[in-house]
Design a protein around this ligand. Sequence first.
Ligand code: MN
Length: 260
Amino acid sequence: MNAHLVDLHCHLDLYPDFESAVKGADVAGVYTLAVTTTPQAWPRNHEVAGRTRYVRAGLGLHPQLVAERHGELTLWERYLPEARYIGEVGLDAGPQYYRSLDLQKQVFEHILEKCGQIGGKILSVHSVRAATAVLDLVQAHLPATRGRVVLHWFTGSKAEARRAVELGCFFSVNGAMTTSERGRGVIATLPTNRLLTETDGPFTQCDGRSARPADVESTIRNLANLYCSTPEIMAAAVEENLRTLLSETEIPPNDVQVPR
Ligand code: MN
């Protein structure tokens, strides 16, 4: 394929060897967003990604960790000015995390507000069983002109997907979504200019091992089938979407930051 592949959500720091995982993505020439789950992981991820051409780090505070780590929001905020990419953040209303949902909402609301104040951030957002709640908060606290949300592994309904599109969200799609009936149904309703790819490695598998960024190629093939296109065209479209996302979140040089 001529286009560069895109893995907009991968936990490179959770592979057995972080540095070699980063190197693998960089050598493969896959634009990779190395998301993190706690702001404590930011300095090292930021530093290691900073030595690469294709890997960028995300400043995260994972909703599944909010119950124990909400105190790290101060640390998250301290690093915020250094970060262009934010993630993994969001809400998880699954049975295991439901109890912390109110706290998760407070944390996510704060994250969205801070991102909106500074502007120019790209957020990789988790929304398990909470798509409507995520979209309510995005609509209230992060207008599309102040930052962009990429819904990672979106499992909401078609109506929720439509609303997300109206709010300017992008979608990072992984292999599991392209092979599930429900996932395919939702993907088919998405405009192709909002599509990105991801692995969510190492939490997903490919050929019986943890997925790596270059494995998004199989997702590109599945998407090409779904849209009656070719992998080459699909890969080029996804790369173009990434460029659009980047240009839409560029801060004009004269945009003065006004703290509220
Ligand atoms: Mn993840």
